[in-house]
Design a binder for this molecule. Structure first.
Ligand code: SF4
Ligand code: SF4
Length: 631
């Protein structure tokens, strides 16, 4: 099924790229060609420009060429410093996103635009954080919880609250290694301090610091982002949707939501349902308003509302090339600045909304949370009015789309698992059934496949090939980010896809009524994966690192992905990268990441660019873990 599908959608993309040439539109492929051969120093991570004595570039080969920068920094130090700064940037991106969500909970009110939609989740978090809930108004509780979360960013003492959700054995590992993050912003600032010229000059210390900072992302920023988004916008439940560029509709006003923060996209969803907006769409000659998501904002709104998925990272330009998009509305992260010039070739309005991400050439309509609905309506109106400018002769929507089931939050997964619980014998609402099938070997293990697209790899190819191989070998796959959208497009998020699974996994999918690949949300929602892995480990009385689980980023590209990979390792879960990170200029850093770190956290990095070989390595490692555990 997915083989045939992937070739159909690749032919759709080829047609769009041909159209780009015809329309005189520049795409990332033109820019990639213009880059010619990438700089070998940058590729290996051995260039440094953090002070004005430089830039310096050192030889990645020991004993040959310049061995040190002007200050004396070696390749090991330069590579580790660059790596640490990637982790800091990735952590900053997720955490600043989370900070905004926490602010939104702080301003939520019964009659405002932002409300508490999952009271149960709020109450359980309040209890976890020791907030008094007796005889108090739900909004009073929400505001106190939000204030505690906001303090997590800069509190002067203690360590992050969510760390206590991890299995005790894991917390002990962090304690022993002294990598328990203190406050989120503090860890980011400390990395920037320590990587300043003339500060930390030791590769292992820099990796160590990177681990602590990355944990401030996974168990801090990202977890706050996910938990608070669920409280404000609702915890996802399974629902059906469609994915790929074929979800665009010739007869409707097509609006693409791209970026990350649900505070904007949720309001756009609500605004587009407003009768006034629907009426306006009819007045301009459209049949209605068709919203479609892209990248993580797409994941957020599909998880909670079933909004169709237009595509993933690589497809942001493709969507505009269809000539059928009235507006691409963006907030922050993963947005090509190139969209401004590309939109000029069509009638598409490229609308930026965040003061954190203004882009030259875009139409900037600032989104104000304190006036969210009106702000969102203004943006939607701009899109609707642009329908009149669509040039029909330039419209080409490839007929490619696929059905998908999305919405597998931890709560939703546990609810599905309850289907196979005998309440007279076992408690409901736990991960026991999952732990049982893993222990019994019906499922060999569980793997999280996450991350981006990267032009170094054929679009989505690695994502799909790896997923197919793992499910065929009875490994259940959970997925987020652009990897999840790849799975959706390839039909792997359907219950029907259990035909591609091995017998054990297919049986589990049938009994529990789930697809073999579960969409767990956006990139910040990888914290959901941390939670479920932690719950299984706690249930079995072991550490995360003992479990037959792994994380894979087959086509990663962003600094956020580096932060994610680092917190996954630090959480005791092996991580497999399908794109080589810029660290190969230092044998020491490579040795730390792919070898020595295992003695610290119980997990390590594997780097393998061939997706089939990568899947084999994952399967091998899972069996190794099973053997060690005696299951
Ligand atoms: S910090 Fe050292 S290696 Fe980096 S640019 Fe300055 S002198 Fe060169
Ligand atoms: S998976 Fe990567 S490309 Fe996609 S939204 Fe997340 S960081 Fe951006």
């Amino acid at each position: 099924m997915s083989d045939q599908f992937i070739s159909i959608y690749q032919s759709g993309e080829e047609q769009l790229l041909e159209k780009a040439v015809k329309d005189g539109a520049e795409t990332m492929w033109d820019r990639k060609a213009a880059q010619k051969t990438p700089c070998g120093f940058g590729e290996k991570g051995v260039c440094c420009r953090i002070c004005a004595m430089g830039p310096c570039r050192v030889s990645p080969v020991a004993g040959k060429g310049a061995q040190k920068g002007i200050c004396g920094a070696t390749a090991d130090v330069i590579v580790a410093r660059n790596y640490a700064r990637m982790v800091a940037a990735g952590t900053a991106a997720h955490s600043d996103h989370a900070r905004d969500i926490a602010h939104i909970l702080h301003m939520a009110s019964r009659d405002g635009n932002y409300k508490v939609r999952d009271e149960k989740k709020l109450m359980s978090l309040a209890k976890e954080w020791g907030v008094n809930t007796e005889n108090r108004d739900i909004y009073e509780i929400a505001h106190e919880v939000a204030e505690i979360a906001l303090n997590e960013f800069g509190k002067p003492f203690g360590t992050l609250k969510f760390l206590e959700r991890a299995p005790e054995l894991r917390q002990k590992v962090w304690e022993d290694l002294q990598i328990k993050p203190r406050a989120i912003d503090r860890e980011i600032a400390t990395i920037l301090h320590s990587t300043h010229v003339g500060c930390t000059g030791d590769a292992e210390s820099l990796v160590h610091m990177s681990m602590r900072t990355s944990l401030a992302d996974g168990w801090g920023g990202s977890m706050i982002g996910t938990e608070f988004s669920d409280i404000i916008f609702g915890t996802p439940v399974p629902r059906e949707t469609e994915a790929n560029l074929g979800v665009l509709d010739e007869k409707q006003v097509n609006i693409i939501l791209h970026g990350h923060e649900p505070s904007l996209s949720e309001m756009i969803v609500m605004a587009s349902l407003d009768p006034e907006m629907q009426k306006l769409a009819k007045e301009v000659g459209a049949e209605g308003i068709n919203l479609a998501g892209m990248c993580c904002t797409g994941n957020e709104v599909t998880m909670r509302h079933g909004v169709k998925i237009a595509g993933n990272f690589y497809q942001q330009e493709m969507a505009i090339l269809t000539g059928a998009v009235e507006a691409i509305i963006v907030d922050v992260q993963c947005i090509f600045p190139a969209l401004a010039k590309l939109s000029d070739c069509y009638h598409t309005k490229f609308i930026t909304t965040s003061p954190k991400a203004k882009i030259t050439g875009a139409t900037h309509i600032e989104f104000h949370e304190d006036n969210a609905m009106e702000s969102a309506k203004n943006i939607v109106k701009e899109a609707i009015e642009n329908f009149k400018n669509r040039k029909n002769e330039k419209v080409f929507i490839p007929e490619i789309k696929s059905n998908a089931v999305v919405g597998y939050s931890v709560e939703a997964v546990i609810k599905q698992l309850d289907k196979v619980v005998n309440p007279h014998i076992d408690p409901m609402g736990t991960v026991k059934p999952l732990a049982d099938v893993i222990k019994a070997g019906v499922l060999r293990g569980a793997v999280g496949i996450v991350g981006c697209n990267n032009p170094k790899s054929k679009h989505d190819y690695s994502h799909i090939e790896i997923m197919k191989k793992l499910i065929a070998n009875d490994v259940i796959v959970v997925t987020t980010g652009c990897a999840a959208q790849a799975a959706a497009k390839a039909g792997l998020l359907t219950k029907d896809a259990r035909k591609l699974a091995g017998q054990g996994l297919a049986t589990v999918c049938e009994l529990v009524d789930i697809p073999p690949v579960l969409h767990m949300g956006s990139c910040v929602d990888i914290s959901r994966i941390l939670t479920i892995v932690g719950e299984v480990a706690k249930h079995l009385g072991i550490d995360n690192s003992d479990l037959p689980v792994a994380g894979i980023a087959p086509e990663w590209m962003s600094e956020k992905a580096v932060a994610i990979a680092t917190y996954v390792i630090s959480s005791g879960i092996d991580t497999f990268l399908g794109i080589t990170p810029p660290v190969t200029g230092s044998d020491e850093v490579v040795d730390i990441l792919t070898n020595r770190v295992e003695n610290m956290t119980g997990a390590k990095f594997f780097i393998e660019e061939d997706p089939h070989a990568l899947a084999d390595k994952v399967l091998g490692r899972i069996e190794e873990k099973r053997q060690k555990l005696g299951i």
